[in-house]
Each structure stands twice: as C-alpha cells, then as structure tokens.
Design a protein around this ligand. Sequence first.
Ligand SMILES: Nc1ncnc2c1ncn2[C@@H]1O[C@H](COP(=O)(O)OP(=O)(O)OP(=O)(O)O)[C@@H](O)[C@H]1O
Length: 292
Amino acid sequence: MIEARELSKTYGSVRAVDRVSFTAAAGRVTGFLGLNGSGKTTTLRILLGLVTPTSGQALVDGRRYRDLRHPVRRVGAVLEQGIGHPGQTGRAHLVTQAVFSGAGRSRVDALLEQVGLGHAADQRIGGYSLGMRQRLAVATALLGDPPVLVLDEPANGLDPEGIAWLRGLLRDHARSGGTVLISSHLLAELAQLVDDVVIIARGRLVRATSLAELTRDAEARVRVRSRDPRRLWHALTQAGGRITTDGTALEVAGLSPEEVGELAFRAQVPVHELTVRTPDLEQIFLTLAATR
Ligand SMILES: Nc1ncnc2c1ncn2[C@@H]1O[C@H](COP(=O)(O)OP(=O)(O)OP(=O)(O)O)[C@@H](O)[C@H]1O
C-alpha cells in the first residue's frame, strides 16, 4: 500500500505539493491525475525518496522509501526521464541495473520477453523508439519482482498496441495483489485501467475516489448550439449555468435541458441544436482539475 500524509513540497515561493493525503491500495490500480505542473512528478519523486518533502510523509507499506529494507524488491518505478546509456544494449542495461540494485540477473531474459523486447535485446538503446524505451523502463521496474509499482506518465510514447499491453500488465499485477500508482494528465488514457483516482490541481488534492463513484457523481450536460452564442452564454450564466465551449456549441452544466430551452426562448435566441450529453470522463476530470 502507498500512503501520502499531509505531504507538502515548496520550491521557493512555489507550493508544488500542498498538504496532499491519499492512499493507493493493494489489489487496485490507482490513477494519479492532474494537469501539467499540478505536482504529480514531485509527489512520486518524494514517494521514491528522490525529493525530500518540506513536511508530511509518503509511505510504502508504512515506511519511507529510504527506510525500506530491500527497496527494489518492494517498489518498482518508471519515471519520466530518459533511461540508460544510448550505447548500451537493452540486455546490458538490464543486467547492469540488476547487478547495481542487487535484484539478481536471473530474470533479465524473461523480462525482456515479457515486455516485448526479446527481439531487440541486443540492439543499442540509442536506436530504440520512445515506446521501446518505455518498455525497457517497465522491465527495469519489474527487476526486483516488487509488489508496488509507481509509474510516471508511462503511456507517453506508446502506440495503441503498447498501451493495451501496459494495461494488461498492470491489471494482472493488481489482480495478483500488487499496488499500482500511475500518473497521467489524461483521464481518458487511464479510464480502462484504473479502479481508483486521485486528482490534484495546483499541488492540492481535489478528489480521491473510485472511478465508479466519479462517473456516478458526474452531472449530465446540455449541449446547445445557436446563432447567437454570446447572448445565450449571458442568459445561461445569469441563471447559474456553468459553461464551456468547443468553439461550435455551448456545454452547460447546472441547468436542465428544459431550463436551457426556456432561457434561450426568453432571450430570443434561436436554437439550432439542444442535446443532453451523458458525462464524459475526460470532461469530468478537466472540470475537477481546473477547479482550484
Ligand atoms: N526542482 C524544482 N525546482 C523548482 N520548481 C519545481 C521543481 N520541480 C517542480 N517544480 C515546480 O513544481 C510544480 C509542480 O511540478 P511537477 O513536475 O511536480 O508537476 P507535474 O504534475 O508532474 O507536471 P507534468 O505533467 O508537466 O510533468 C511546477 O510549478 C513546477 O514548475
């Protein structure tokens, strides 16, 4: 299990992480979500003992990373930065990491196969595509066969097949009792994968809940297209509607379709389209991520 307790990190005047508390439970995949710069990487780096928090604690199985007896056997991490020496082969990289970390090299070949790099094991990393590097990073994280996996934006650079592969791997890991914490700035990317979500915005926790709960809570929206969107926007906002737009139509939250129709009528704005949109997960996330 992963636990953040009132975690804060300040860089000069920037509160990168501000009293954030959440848990990521064993047997579940937890999505750690926030827009760019919201504090995800800082939180994960604190968790992995790479950054010292200003206050609060980040714990893996009740201990700080640096207090874990065999960290590579407890926690595997895929971080954002580049991996390995470009002149090294994938296999040599894994062997080096295995030796350095004390994980043992016996799993190297099996892991290369598991992440789909068996055919490229003897190619230099410098010639790997971004997706292949991500696969190698996942293999490195799995070296110590750790129950806890922490992944910072691992889907970056993966093609749809790679994403499906990663999803399968992480789901299997959780199904066998492992803990998975995975960050992203796109909820849609994780929607098929996560059980729970932790959403942060500007360093603060906005929501920590199950994906099912998040979907249930979301309110339907009314999409309305008209000849005079400015006037309609004004009328709907005056009535308490919360509005976004894709440039073509207005998306209205907080008002029923009946209210939107009647308000448009009263404002004498001809309506060309009025539809009820069931909640879109990405929209829910964006609304939450932009709230504070
Ligand atoms: N070493 C640092 N020194 C100064 N400011 C930092 C440092 N690391 C992060 N920050 C600032 O802290 C805030 C949070 O950054 P962080 O990288 O944790 O966000 P993020 O959610 O991971 O973003 P992204 O999705 O872009 O990676 C940002 O304002 C960032 O500029």
